[in-house]
Design a protein around this ligand. Structure first.
Ligand code: GDP
Length: 281
């Protein structure tokens, strides 16, 4: 289910996250490692203000490792710690807890100095746009399947803390924030990676964007996947070449551009073209 974001929803989402922030020590800002900027909520700095924050570059298993490392350096230059993770496989989970402990160390030392003998576990919240992997990460950290994947607007329940080892607790409902809308390229990147549903943007537009991007940045992979000797500059010719190779044809034998678009996007999202990053710092 896709949330339609209207101004009222955004205001409510912001309010809900800020309400949750009162309870927590550290925020995990979940981003898609393939598109760290495009998968960011546009008001995130304003919403989180001065809360300690750790950036988690999720789906790092699908992203270009070299580029992900560049992103980690990029965020470090801005004073933000970023960690590459794969919530599906559970890679990076220990690092997350260690980083959260480190980030809240002083706060807990101060509590200890005030004479609090058995300090409570540190409390964390996951925030991010839809489909970035929040529920998957919560399930991973919880070690069992408690959070439902997928967003269910309108379904509210009492908030609960999930124990993550002895020293951390995680709020069982993530903060769901809206994606950027204004920039067309952001939308195309979100659609290419599957963060927004195919029905929102025109499928062929998204595939045109993706194929142009691959032609420029990953030409060898494109050639290999679709057995092309060279990549035509003309996008229609490229669609034709892929369509003919892959038999994406209408009953009359012409190339079916929708089928080509579907095929290419499916291939990208299922890693048939390898690990891809659509944004560089
Ligand atoms: P949410 O809307 O932010 O809660 O996102 P979900 O947890 O429902 O995840 C959206 C999709 O991304 C699901 O199909 C997950 O299986 C997939 N996913 C989540 N994390 C990862 C990851 O680290 N790697 C990969 N390959 N897929 C992931």
């Amino acid at each position: 289910m896709t949330i339609q974001w209207f101004p009222g929803h955004m205001a409510k989402a912001k309010r809900e996250v800020q309400e949750k922030l009162k309870l927590i020590d550290v925020v995990f800002e979940l981003l898609d490692a393939r598109i760290p900027l495009s998968s960011r909520n546009p008001m995130i700095d304003e919403i989180l203000t001065n809360k300690p924050r750790i950036i988690l570059l999720n789906k790092a298993d699908m992203a270009d490792e070299k580029v992900t490392n560049e992103w980690i350096s990029f965020f470090a230059e801005q004073g933000l710690q970023a960690i590459a993770i794969d919530s599906q496989a559970g890679t990076g989970m220990k690092q997350i807890v260690a980083a959260a402990k480190e980030m809240t160390k002083e706060k807990f030392l101060k509590m200890a100095a005030k004479g609090i003998k058995n300090p409570r576990p540190l409390r964390a919240l996951i925030v991010g746009i839809p489909n970035v992997g929040k529920s998957t990460l919560i399930n991973r950290l919880a070690g069992k399947h408690i959070a439902k994947t997928g967003d269910k607007p309108g379904v509210t329940k009492a908030q609960q803390w999930i124990k993550v080892g002895k020293e951390m607790e995680l709020l069982d409902t993530p903060g769901i924030l809206w994606p950027k809308f204004e920039d067309e390229e952001v939308g195309l990147k979100l659609a290419t990676t599957g963060a927004i549903k195919d029905t929102i943007l025109n499928l062929q537009d998204v595939a045109v964007y993706a194929l142009r991007f691959l032609s420029e940045h990953y030409p060898a992979r494109l050639k290999e996947r679709y057995s092309l000797t060279d990549i035509p500059d003309d996008i229609v010719e490229l669609f034709d070449a892929i369509g003919k190779r892959r038999g994406c044809l209408t009953s009359g034998g012409a190339v079916d551009y929708d089928k080509v678009a579907e095929l290419v996007l499916r291939d990208i999202r299922t890693e048939k073209l390898g690990r891809l990053s659509f944004e560089k710092p």
